[in-house]
Design a protein around this ligand. Sequence first.
Ligand code: AMP
Length: 487
Amino acid sequence: MNPLWDRLFAPLAARNDALLTLPDGGMVTGAAFHALALGLAGRLAAEGVAPGDRVAAQVAKSPQALALYAACIAAGAVFLPMNTAYTPSEVEHFLTDATPKLLLHDPAAGLAGLAARLGLRALTLNAAGQGSLRPAAPLDPVARAEGDLAALLYTSGTTGKPKGAMLTQGNLLSNALALAGLWRFTDRDVLLHALPIFHTHGLFVAVNTVLAAGGSLLWLPAFDANEVLRLMPRATAMMGVPTFYTRLLDHPGLTRAATAHLRLFTSGSAPLLPETHLSFTQRTGHAILERYGMTETNMSTSNPHDGERRPGAVGFALPGVEIRLNAAGEVEVRGPNVFAGYWNLPEKTAAEFTADGFFRTGDIGRLDPDGSLRIVGRAKDLIITGGLNVYPVEVEEALDAVPGVLESAVIGLPHPDFGEGVFALLVPRPGVTLDPAAVLAEVAPRLARFKQPKAAVLVDALPRNAMGKVQKADLRRAYADRFAARR
Ligand code: AMP
């Protein structure tokens, strides 16, 4: 028994219709995908990957990259996908922390030297789905239990360096089944998939839910408004981050007719502004269904499929999931969706759970009278830009290391395109003349592009409270209009 394989992937063997349809009209049938996944699982085993071993991948989105995820499940390995924007020095942290047995990388990303230095086995897979990762003799899926790990996803979450969230087979399967039922997915659904697959949204929420229902995917390498609008007439559903919706609203091609074939649009990973929700309804007649979750918990709440999809609210707890607010207003979650803890960090894990087993999300929530949740803030200043998390401390450390910088503060400001844009305040050392643009250029090689501040200003000092803490809320207020409010 291998619950995730048996329920999500094994049924593909009998499908001669498209599982993945590519933008150029090409397709991968369910049976072909199934065969590729077992062939790649055979290859993993031949490379020495045993059940429980981590397999790290920093590869572009392709059918082969998705088959690698399936192969890891078949082989009982723990899949560790990494954001393609991460620089080699960031990747090094994941590799030394997770100690994978094998690394899959795109030759263009320049990781070969790092793998050699760490003594790590490495195979390549490029954006076209080609490289030294080739199928071997198919592997019989290995036995796994619901409590066994299926994936390790690094998240900046709330504090310090990215931590590996351990996700079990049962976590992923319970969430896929809950969402497929709640959102009425069937084998007739075609999901327009333009999300990245190194993140829980694109990989698990989107892919696993469709697989659980026996549907198929329109497999786009990335989000492009023209491409998305061109392909919409072939899709029945789309899952997006709020940035997708603001970009579509900026496109004259977004009309009632263009979206007529779809039955469902969902949004998550960051707050969907009520204006965006309402403008989308006006333009298309569709009310976006907003849901809420995080890497550690998978999805926890959702607006109803058949009831009111309330702008600004993230809805009700999923079946089997419990949600509550603690005295500080922080959202706490318990259920089969909640992860098994942070890799190598038992104390940190213990600190994030209450005595009765609820996970503290770090999100501040409010409940409407009927129990629908609203997310009103983040306890610890996490920035979400274009759906991706940026932990300010990591950026501040890079800025502070630049000669001439005394200290810095990094905050997220409302941004019309990215939801939040990363913004930096720099305090120069006494007597030093700093050029903010030059400081940003200097940290660029050390930070993934999405973490790099979009602008920086010089200030004489940072506002602090009596405890010496920088008052970021004050800074966010003072610079709120910096990235031009949405019209
Ligand atoms: P991640 O682990 O990258 O999925 O990020 C999770 C965080 O994204 C959550 O803790 C929330 O702060 C935020 N988030 C996810 N969905 C929503 C939503 N619908 N509204 C507001 N914030 C959200």
